[in-house]
Design a protein around this ligand. Sequence first.
Ligand SMILES: [Zn+2]
Ligand SMILES: [Zn+2]
Length: 226
Amino acid sequence: MSGAPTPDECRHVRLHVGADPHSLPADVQAHLATCDACRRFRDETLMLDQRVRAALELQLAQFRTPAKSAPRSRRFALAASILLGVFMAGGVWLLRTPPALAGEVVEHVLEEPDSWDARTPMSPADIGQVLDMAGVDFVGDVPVVYAAPCMFRGRHIAHLVILGPEGPKTVMLLPHASVDGRRAFSEHGLRGVLLPAGTGSIAVLARGADVPADLEKALVSAVRWR
Ligand SMILES: [Zn+2]
Ligand SMILES: [Zn+2]
């Protein structure tokens, strides 16, 4: 690969990294050598992978200790505290407030400026791969022109751009970030809303325009967390 990385290349690379960050084909490694964003994605995926493994090993070790050494209730309390510790180490952001979430979403989108330029609808197969990696279903007749597997608050998410009559809108599907109600925000020339969707939320952003209300409804009903 030569020249600036295209969204297509980045998507393929991230799908590889998400499937197995430890063994990557040569072309993926070559891309990582030239693309800062994907390299960061790889590093964060490796960190995530390590944290999950460490948590699993701790739990296994805990449950392997003979029953005599600790009463059942104590073992359970220990396992729970380990889980809580892992949760806290990896999930401090869960305690942050919705305005912080809006700021993080805006920051994320600003780092992917090319995402706004896509105009060609992507194939259902290509979109499906990204949704699979993010663990979400997105069913609706909204034309998706950009779909990237991204890292957000410590997990893989689907970052989409849909193309409506009023121009492109960015849609980030966030199964792990909940909001207690609709929140509108406006930062750095981007206007958007955080919408509650089941146990998670959806962030919708537009450049210099409001997000149409009927689109909000359509998006919320299009999303199913797996
Ligand atoms: Zn890339
Ligand atoms: Zn992204």
